[in-house]
Design a protein around this ligand. Structure first.
Ligand code: AGP
Length: 612
């Protein structure tokens, strides 16, 4: 969703800000802006639409402020309160024009604050909840920016990540967070601040993640951190470990394509050093579980949203099958608001690529509050969920830039399988079966490679169906979550209306929608229940729907009578979701490409959904 960047140093601020915003484009946004401070003057440029347009406006501005400044702030806005217009875009100036601010999050009591300001003759000009905050900061100002910021923030209900500056105190940026991430990048003679490490990475690897209610004051002397009561706080400097170029597209046409092809390497990173053949188990030190702790778990609850939730569903099946421990997956927002029953022996796993998804974070807090042991499976190191859970497993998949999650899913499933193995080995799974399962996990990258080799063939199939308006994905068992994920991938990047169903569920209603131009992607891999799914696919064919059959290598007869076939290498049922989903990712990608869609930044979507 929205992105924040700030810079104070020795180089041209507007270049660094616009470049930082470009690096956060993948998060989803609909307007952008920058503000710089130079020679006692604030210059602001905003643009509804893409960063390219902002860049052109900055270049054309001819403003000495934007050309010469070494201090500034920038923002990409994903509209919540008010449409994506220039006036609603950030940075927002206060009425006096002396204070300027960018904000991520939602100010829940903005109407009360706006009415209060109005009584003092201060009228907001935008529709946003954010603007009230800069007006309030200006109103609270008595000669010291950080004091005004803390004073104002004490009156705010909601979430915020902000960066503010004023021409009354040049050479100073003040940033603060509550529920919306802020990371500081400590460079040589310069400091960056951003909501996303991607904006900082090209400049420095030394990062400091602010905690909720932290403030940081950035000046020539470096960075000082406080809480809202002005007591100093100390936060660790961590090194960002993403490889150079990891957040660049390279020769690939889209980040999504690059990330799909990175999956073998990403999975290798996710499993590296985590398999113990001797004991036939996994070594997940971040979970901080002794075998005895694992043996005492009575139930595993998995919470997440979207693709992450689908990965959790694969985990649920594996945990119940291998470990015999009850497992449930729940949509994170539902978990939070339905007052779930939690016992002290419940183990709650929160899955989130970004580690910032608002609903998943809220579920983590609810589960912790109710006394559960909570772990996070996150990709982004230092993200809020990773920090608040304090235990868990990082994916090490590298930055995922495409809005459509691909490599994160396959790594999440790989990690869930390792968790299932770990718990299973404290129960009924014998050593030799555990060791055998380790071997299959180790083979995941190779299985994915075999599917990626079929890219051209899958592209041809995709081109046949690229003009469809509707599509169905059906599967059962371990392939039911894969059907859901396949449909999610297709709809989000190609705008084809796609639904994932349990194969048996189709004839309880949705089958009424099938017709000649409605492809059904049937997951007929060789897993228990395959024959039933073949029967369900036949039912679709009988209604004239074309069927793309996904089958196991060596079992091609399962595809007989169907229109197209994709072959997945042979592997056990719990392993097969990983190579199978890769075929569906490629299919969705090529359909979207054939339809000319904006694959990496689909309309209306944000990479990280930080509002509930
Ligand atoms: C998937 O392609 C989507 N981008 C979306 O469903 C995503 O998985 C969901 O928003 C959860 O995000 P998270 O993993 O960062 O928590």
């Amino acid at each position: 969703m929205c992105g924040i960047v700030g810079y104070f140093g020795k180089r041209n601020a507007s270049d660094i800000l616009v470049d930082g915003l470009r690096r956060m484009e993948y998060r989803g946004y609909d307007s952008a802006g920058v503000a710089c401070l130079y020679d006692g003057e604030i210059g602001v440029v905003k643009n509804p639409g893409k960063i390219k347009g902002l860049r052109e406006k900055v270049d054309a501005s001819g403003s000495g402020v934007l050309q010469n400044s070494i201090q500034g702030i920038g923002h990409t806005r994903w509209a919540t309160h008010g449409p994506p217009t220039e006036v609603n875009a950030h940075p927002h100036l206060d009425v006096s024009g002396h204070f300027v601010m960018v904000h991520n999050g939602i100010i829940e009591n903005y109407k009360q604050i706006r009415n209060g300001l109005s009584q003092h003759g201060i009228e907001c000009v935008s529709d946003t909840d954010s603007e009230v905050l800069v007006q309030l900061i200006a109103y609270c100002y008595k000669g010291n920016l950080e004091s005004a910021v803390s004073e104002a923030l004490k009156k705010v209900k909601g979430t915020y990540g902000i960066v503010v500056m004023t021409d009354k105190e040049p050479g100073k940026l003040v940033t603060a967070r509550c529920g919306s991430p802020i990371v500081l990048g400590l460079g040589k003679g310069e400091t960056l601040v951003a909501s996303d490490a991607a904006a900082i990475m090209p400049h420095t690897r030394d990062a400091v993640y602010l905690e909720d209610f932290d403030m940081a004051v950035i000046t020539d002397d470096g960075v000082q951190m406080f809480d809202l009561q002005h007591s100093p706080v100390d936060r660790e400097v961590t090194e960002m470990d993403w490889e150079e170029g990891a957040a660049e597209k390279g020769d690939y046409e889209h980040f999504m394509l690059k990330e799909m092809f990175e999956q073998p390497a990403a999975i290798r990173n996710a499993i590296r050093g985590r398999l113990d053949y001797e004991m036939g188990t996994s070594v997940l030190s971040g979970l901080d579980f002794s075998p005895r702790d694992a043996a005492l778990i009575s139930r595993i609850l998995v919470v997440g949203c979207g693709t992450s939730m689908h990965a959790g569903m694969v985990g649920e099946y594996a945990i119940e099958e291998m470990a015999g421990v009850p497992a449930e997956v729940e949509q994170a927002a539902e978990f939070r608001y339905r007052n779930p029953i939690i016992t002290p022996t419940d183990f709650v796993v929160a899955i989130s690529q970004s580690g910032e998804t608002a609903d998943t974070l809220a579920a983590v807090r609810e589960a912790k509050h109710k006394g559960a042991v909570v772990a996070g499976i996150c990709n982004v190191v230092g993200s809020t969920i990773a920090r608040e859970t304090g235990r868990g497993v990082y994916l090490h998949a590298g930055p995922e830039i495409g809005v459509a999650s691909t490599k994160a899913f396959t790594c999440q499933v790989s990690v869930m399988l390792m968790i299932a193995l770990k718990v299973a080995r404290t129960r009924r799974l014998p050593l030799h079966e555990g060791a055998e399962f380790c071997r299959w996990i180790e083979r995941l990258p190779e299985l994915v490679e075999k599917v990626l080799e079929q890219n051209d063939a899958i592209k041809s199939i995709a081109q046949k169906y690229a003009s469809c308006d509707n599509a169905f994905f059906i599967g059962r068992g371990y392939l039911y979550p894969v059907a859901l994920e396949g449909a999610l991938k297709l709809k989000e990047i190609s705008y084809v209306h796609a639904e994932g169903y349990h194969a048996a569920e189709l004839k309880h209603g949705p089958i009424a929608l099938l017709q000649e131009d409605t492809p059904v992607i049937a997951l007929l891999n060789n897993i228990p229940g395959k024959e039933k799914t073949i029967g369900n696919a036949e039912e679709c064919k009988a209604r004239k729907a074309p069927v793309i059959a996904v089958v196991t290598e060596g079992d091609e007869e399962a595809a007989e009578g169907f229109d197209d076939v994709i072959v997945i290498p042979e592997c056990p049922p719990s392993i097969t979701p990983v190579p199978t989903v890769v075929a569906l990712q490629l299919l969705s990608y090529h359909i979207a490409a054939a339809r000319g869609c904006e694959i990496d930044q689909p309309r209306n979507l944000a990479k990280s959904v930080t509002v509930e």
